[in-house]
Design a binder for this molecule. Structure first.
Ligand SMILES: [Zn+2]
Length: 199
């Protein structure tokens, strides 16, 4: 929605890794195996991929979705941006309750072919779950088991939460309530982007 409304390219480590896998690069195959077995891709690899992506697509603005997630990632991103002579204008912090996370994970479906993600409540399925873009099979994601939720929440508190004060000190952090529906959240995000770009 951000790309459509503002013409700014958006990416996430997940999207970059899926593309590497689809292109069949050695790195893509390696990381696909790591992810399949439930592991996490190292910061070093993610940072390298983000830097490559920025050099290709980041010339006229960019948005990262779900990145950085750790302090070391944020620090590496800062040095990349310094090398590219640019800086972050805005960090949007979506605040969601544990209950919201639980509900969304339980209802999330992903296309096995193209990676399109939707929720079982917003998708209208006659008999079988198929992707509206490529007819691929929609299924719950492997990493979505509620069983791993506690571990993820703990990781969030210990590794991601410190980013809030890191970006607050740089005076670019804005918080918004992510427990509402997509439209309400997107309208807030749009406003924040507009406020920044009109200055
Ligand atoms: Zn698809």
């Amino acid at each position: 929605m951000i790309t459509r409304n503002f013409g700014i390219p958006v990416t996430s480590p997940g999207a970059i890794l899926r593309r590497e896998r689809d292109l069949g690069t050695p790195l893509g195959q390696e990381t696909a195996e790591v992810l399949q077995s439930g592991g996490l891709v190292s910061d070093k690899i993610i940072i390298e991929l983000i830097e490559d992506w920025l050099r290709l697509h980041g010339g006229h603005g960019f948005v990262f979705d779900g990145f950085p997630r750790t302090l070391p990632q944020a620090e590496s991103l800062n040095s990349i941006l310094k090398r590219l002579r640019t800086a972050l204008d805005l960090v949007i912090w979506l605040e969601v309750s544990e209950e919201t996370v639980r509900d969304r994970i339980a209802g999330r479906l992903q296309c096995g072919e193209c990676g399109f993600t939707t929720s079982s409540s917003s998708a209208q399925f006659a008999n079988r779950a198929v992707c509206p873009y490529c007819d691929g099979p929609l299924a719950r994601r492997n990493d979505d088991d509620l069983g791993v939720l506690q571990t993820r929440l703990q990781e969030f508190r210990s590794k991601t939460e410190p980013l809030a004060s890191f970006y607050k000190e740089l005076s670019i952090l804005r918080r918004t309530d992510g427990n509402r529906d997509r439209e309400a959240v997107f309208s807030d995000i749009s406003q924040l982007i507009e406020d920044k770009s009109s200055r």
